[in-house]
Design a protein around this ligand. Sequence first.
Ligand SMILES: O=c1ccn([C@@H]2O[C@H](COP(=O)(O)OP(=O)(O)O[C@H]3O[C@H](CO)[C@@H](O)[C@H](O)[C@H]3O)[C@@H](O)[C@H]2O)c(=O)[nH]1
Ligand SMILES: [Mn+2]
Length: 704
Amino acid sequence: MANPISHIFYEKIPRKNTVQRTFDIIILFLLFSLLTYRLLNLKIHGATWLLAFLCESWFTLTWVLVLNIKWNPVRFKTYPDHLLKGVLELPSVDMFVTTADPVLEPPIITVNTVLSMLAVDYPAHKLACYVSDDGCSPLTYYSLVEASNFAQLWVPFCKKYDIQVRAPFRYFSNDPVITLSDSTKEFQHERKKMKDDYERLCHKIEVAVQKSGPPCDFTGDFAEFSSVERKNHPTIIKVIFENIEGLPDGLPHLVYISREKRHNHPHHYKAGAMNALTRVSALMTNAPYMLNVDCDMFVNNPKAILHAMCVLLGSKSESEIAFAQFPQVFYDGLKDDPYGNQMVVLFEFIVGGIAGLQGPFYSGTGCFHRRKIIYGLSPDNVASINGKLVEDIFSKIGNSKELTKSAIDALEGKIGTPPNHSLHSRIEAAYKVAGCGYEYGTSWGTKFGWIYGSIAEDTQTGLSIHKRGWRSVNCTPNPPAFLGCVPSGGPATMTQQKRWAIGLLEILLSRGCPIFASLFAKLQWRQCLAYVWLLTWVLRSVFELCYAALPAYCIIVDSHFLPKVQEPTLYVPVALFITYNIYTLSEYLTTGQSVQAWWNNQRMARVTTMTAWLFGSFSAMLKLFGLSETVFKVTQKEQSSDGGDDDDAGPGETFCSVWLVLCFWPFFKGLFRKGRHGIPKATIYKSATLAFLFLYWCRRTAMS
Ligand SMILES: O=c1ccn([C@@H]2O[C@H](COP(=O)(O)OP(=O)(O)O[C@H]3O[C@H](CO)[C@@H](O)[C@H](O)[C@H]3O)[C@@H](O)[C@H]2O)c(=O)[nH]1
Ligand SMILES: [Mn+2]
């Protein structure tokens, strides 16, 4: 797509980071000094020091990987207004929403996400919204039908008054005094009416949720749901709304899909859902771009699609940029991030850094993909889609003629004109490709679409794209394009972290691991290191646990693993401790967070590493040895609108122990509480047993 004015659609701006680099180097230097000191004294001190040396080597390696990531950060600035002024025809976009469980993911959340997508600033006849429901829930379907009716009023209202936040629950939760300050009578009147309508919608859905049975009779439109079980049911596809006349200022299509599921047929969780969405949408609208969001991630910036198109339509983009990823930003996060799961610093400095390499990892939501790349296209083939390539690719797409044809169209770039058939006429073909047997003998999940094998399907799929030599772009418009909800409590956070741990380790141990991808494919070397940093996250749990046990061990056996007070080398770990904490603290302060948020994150980093990640690595190992299967546990979403005998253990060991106790303080308090905030007796007994075993083992090793 030759385009002379592309350069002003977006800019890649290097970020200045001299101070940060200096600190990075100082910390690295201190780490190396510590390692050298250990090596020189290893003989005298024996096992304790060897263990400390191993752990510190691992931390140093991690630091080198971090340094690589943060060295050349960039920022992408996008100019959607230029795009609108330009001569380019805007391409069509298929928007995917995935939901899996009407209890953990209340339908009203999905409804809000869908409404915000239907209302984006983009020609409506170029959009289609597909909702995948892995819960096969009549409740979800019912809610979407009701939402579609409401959308007929909501979307025109948003566009008429250029409403900024188009997820109704967020819009109406804002302080009306501020929103209404200088508005007209007409607007106030319409807003009031909208609000009433939205409340009615919520009420209807609420009533349906409360009713223990189905939301309505299983007749007519609902008949197909009459005898479904969640994990055993035929495909259900429903065109809820179709923009038949193709009106640019009408509403986008809205389609409900629940792919077929049968016992004994692996369904591959979200990755399977995404592949079914890809195929069904290929038959219905076949847009060259696909946006996907999790059900809780609403569009927060109505220009989101335009921002993405700025980078995807640039002149060189076609042969370079595979996908545009927006960072995950969360709404209504708890003050000071008590569970350390809002990841602001991570997105700012780590993702900002990777953006300067081959591009951000695909993080599963808030991402725009090119359809042809999802069909396996490499950068070298963009210019020459020849017969052989087409043949090769389509021997593996499965036995749907319609799908093959649509995929050839996608690869040859026959885009811009939406297919001139009605969606209803495609339903029969769509049922076929959403069946659970369709993928047998095809390349879906291996070369096509979302890749199977890991429950962190997002990272794995992104890696398979980077591996072909594609780049990706990190889009950070203001206000943020999408907002999602953060796990609402400690246990939910741990479940999520454990799943990620398992998923990432699955990738590391698979044939698709980044090191092979760098050696034998086109993953850039520094990008490979960035992936290695992410995928080895989990292994840190083992080293951290050992390192955390060291101070306690030393105190019990009256030994030491840090230099003594009179040794000048004590300055090395002390300096390391101080510099590292100042460094991380400054990251929190520069991203506008509090000291408390910094502390909470430091603490939770220790807690999750030594618990969720540790157990995650056990699970991944069990899977590796074929002893168990890994399961994608969906996150609960809630809507809210607010040495030797002559050594004495020194102060270093005591300090480290105190620091650890501070990190685990909430657990410590839990020992003495009852009810929701207390630790169950059984857990206390088990931990006490473990602690005594540890103590006993320490004593024994000390005596021998
Ligand atoms: O069998 C399943 C399981 C999950 N999902 C959907 O997957 C999405 C993500 O699930 P969630 O429980 O919210 O997981 P998170 O940890 O919050 O998700 C992050 O991590 C996942 C990988 O572990 C990615 O898929 C997500 O995009 C990313 O936001 C949700 O929309 C679910 O409805 C399905 O469609 N089918
Ligand atoms: Mn989620």
